[in-house]
Design a protein around this ligand. Structure first.
Ligand SMILES: *Cc1c(COP(=O)(O)O)cnc(C)c1O
Length: 415
């Protein structure tokens, strides 16, 4: 939209040429409920690059919000999806499905060693965690869940209530009961919310939407002890951090602790919709026939794609690559922070990075975009980088160059 407007102003008398993508934008205006304000019309992707309807090429450092783990059009995913689609696309969970079985084993073996439940999104995965916690605690009348400020757990009524951000709650009262809020990296604040009815604590090891805020090691270890002490479940939302993004299969693994269950989604399907929870053995049999379900959950094609993602991450050691590329990017970004006053901090781990700016930075996101780099601003003043785990050194350097140039330009706008 923006580039079109600029075009008109530059040539007030000229009739603007028809913009590729204009029809799509018009259809959006007329028929899409405007829950989003989308920018580009993206039509094609390959590796770390995407193309818009006008043929412009962009380096994609959003990757569908940490979804396209293997980048775009990865051959292993295409093959898996194609082969499974030819065999059988959907069966429902009334029947066994080979892909789901294999995927559950892989997920369990790489994380908590218990069992999996499959659904279609992150919010659904957290819903499953919430139901699991309530069912687990019901005999002791434990049902409350503690989350922390600036968390993000989804958009359904229960998960938006779990999301400790006022702006997400507004207008949706009455909210479901049983959620309490504490502060990240403040163990005392969590302790203060514990009472006889507390069933669980739910934490993102690194907050994503909240602005790339990592949980401190003492905090995570402290939480584990606190939960053990009070017989409370420790749940980790690994929806954005999972599947190798932070350098380990799951971010909790950095802390040398084991949560009782995790939720996974985003990067799991590499672009196909899928969500999951994985439990430890202690919680493997809490949910029983009839207590939860999903028609599409664990769909054979989504599971085949997820298997291809996990196998490729494993074979190519992409978690190691994420760590290495992340270290490189973070080191260089810290250098940029010395060069530009507008950069206040660089946070994150692996390929989940936040560049903290000195003011709201939606317009910087726009500048980077015009220079060919897709990023996503969050929490007002944080530019978030979530590239595919497959990025090359050259692509990382290219992104840094664009960020350098973009900051130079943005700094001048400061009033
Ligand atoms: C994206 C996200 C969710 C919600 O996932 P959806 O698939 O959009 O429902 C939940 N938790 C975290 C940490 C996320 O990043």
């Amino acid at each position: 939209m923006k580039t079109e407007a600029i075009h008109h102003e530059d040539n007030p008398s000229a009739t603007p040429p028809p913009q590729p993508g204009a029809v799509i934008r018009e259809l959006y205006e007329e028929y899409l409920i405007p829950t989003y304000a989308p920018g580009l019309v993206l039509v094609k992707g390959s590796g770390s690059y995407v193309w818009d309807a006008s043929g412009n090429k962009y380096l994609d450092f959003v990757a569908g919000i940490a979804v396209n783990t293997l980048g775009h059009a990865h051959p292993s995913m295409l093959k898996a999806i194609h082969e499974q689609a030819r065999k059988i696309i959907h069966t429902s969970n009334l029947y066994h499905n080979e892909q789901q079985a294999k995927l559950a084993r892989k997920l369990s073996m790489r994380s908590l060693g218990g069992k999996c439940f499959f659904c279609n999104s992150g919010a659904e995965a957290n819903e499953a965690l919430i139901k699991l916690a309530r069912l687990w605690g019901r005999e002791q009348e434990k049902h409350e869940i503690i989350t922390v400020a600036n968390s993000f757990h989804g958009r359904t009524l229960a998960t938006l209530t779990a999301t400790a951000q006022e702006k997400v709650h507004q207008g949706f009262a009455p909210l479901p009961e049983g959620f309490r809020y504490a502060e990240l990296n403040n163990l005392e604040s969590v302790r203060n919310q514990i009472n006889a009815h507390t069933a669980a604590v739910l934490i993102e090891p690194i907050q994503g939407e909240g602005g790339i805020n990592p949980a401190a090691e003492e905090f995570m270890r402290g939480l584990r002890s606190l939960c053990d002490e009070h017989d409370i479940l420790f749940l980790c939302d690994e929806i954005q951090t999972g599947i190798g993004r932070t350098g380990e299969w799951f971010a909790y693994q950095y802390y040398g602790i084991k949560p009782d269950a995790i939720s996974v989604a985003k990067g799991l399907g590499g672009g196909l919709p899928i969500g999951a929870i994985v439990t430890s053995n202690k919680l493997s049999d809490v949910l029983q026939p009839g207590s939860h379900g999903s028609t599409f959950g664990g769909n054979p094609v989504s599971c085949a794609a997820a298997l291809a993602v996990i196998e490729t991450v494993e074979k190519k050691k992409l978690y190691e690559r994420a760590e290495k590329m992340g270290d490189f990017l973070i080191t260089r970004l810290e250098k940029l922070a010395h060069k530009f006053d507008c950069i206040q901090d660089v946070r994150g781990r692996g390929l989940m990075i936040g560049i903290v700016m000195d003011r709201p930075c939606k317009d910087l996101e726009g500048i980077l975009l015009r220079n060919g780099l897709i990023t996503v601003a969050t929490a007002q003043n944080v530019i978030r980088l979530l590239p595919p785990l497959t990025i090359t050194h050259g692509e990382a350097k290219r992104a840094l160059k664009i960020i350098d140039k973009g900051c130079k330009e943005w700094q001048q706008y400061k009033s």
